[in-house]
Design a protein around this ligand. Structure first.
Ligand code: PGA
Length: 251
């Protein structure tokens, strides 16, 4: 049984007051046993507030990014160990904005995945093709390369130690999601790849879809057989909308 996982990626949004208002509202909405794992990814400045307001609640949280070295002379970076120390549960690795705006490559993303696992965090590894790759029929080739480089030196003993987010780059922040049948086809291919690499543990890893998920289309994705959740950007900034999306995972 794969428990659905629906995550809010706030990206570079919200002040401290807005974050606290959000946590309070979401805690009002979410019952004690929501039946779906809810994860909030605030920017680094607000992680302390997530710790303060969400600890002991059914809502968990994580960091949008962290550096793989535990400590050292890396001005401006926050380490995987530091976010784990604060009580984070998850780390987003290889989000397309990190790849395309900040130039992160699969090798660095792989180091982040391994460092996260060593620090006790669960990486959410984001993979996804550009529009030109899809149009040229290379979508799987691109995703397979992202998976095989980032996970090359990873050994997986339990499925809950890893999450994959399939996020086609052209669907992120555009209002144009993937077609559900394409998302399902890709998720099934990812699951097959994980099963081949990691055996039984791999076949039960949870796979999210991300890219313009909204309350109006959440069910189209969250009811697909190989999709176990969503990574939500824009629509997750409103706690009511985020909870509506999460409920779509309950069937
Ligand atoms: P979006 O972002 O929901 O705003 O398309 C998704 C993401 O970047 O994870």
């Amino acid at each position: 049984m794969r428990v659905p996982i629906v995550a809010a990626n706030w990206k570079m949004h919200k002040t401290a007051k807005e974050a606290v208002d959000y946590f309070r509202r979401l805690l009002e909405l979410v019952p004690g046993r929501p039946g779906v794992e809810l994860v909030i990814f605030p920017p680094a400045t607000l992680l302390f507030l997530a710790q303060k307001h969400l600890e002991g609640s059914p809502i968990v949280w994580g960091a949008q990014n962290a550096y793989p070295e535990p400590a050292g002379a890396f001005t401006g970076e926050v380490s995987v160990v530091q976010v784990a120390d604060l009580g984070a549960r998850y780390l987003i690795c290889g989000h397309s904005e990190r790849r395309h705006i900040f130039g992160e490559d699969d090798e660095l993303i792989g180091r982040k995945v391994r460092a996260a696992m060593e620090a006790g965090l669960v990486p959410i590894l984001c993979v996804g093709e550009l529009l030109e790759d899809r149009q040229a029929g290379r979508a799987w080739e691109v995703v397979e390369r992202q998976l095989s480089t980032a996970l090359a030196e990873v050994s997986l003993t339990a499925p809950e130690r890893l999450v994959i987010a399939y996020e086609p780059v052209w669907a992120i922040g555009t209002g144009v999601p993937a077609r559900p049948e394409d998302a399902q086809e890709m998720a099934a291919a990812i699951r097959g790849w994980l099963a081949e690499k990691f055996g039984k543990a791999g076949s039960s890893v949870r796979i999210q879809y991300g890219g313009s998920v909204k309350p109006e289309n959440a069910r189209d994705f969250l009811t697909l057989p190989d999709i176990d959740g969503a990574l939500v950007g824009g629509a997750s900034l409103d706690p009511d909308k985020f909870w509506t999306i999460a409920q779509a995972a309950l069937g």
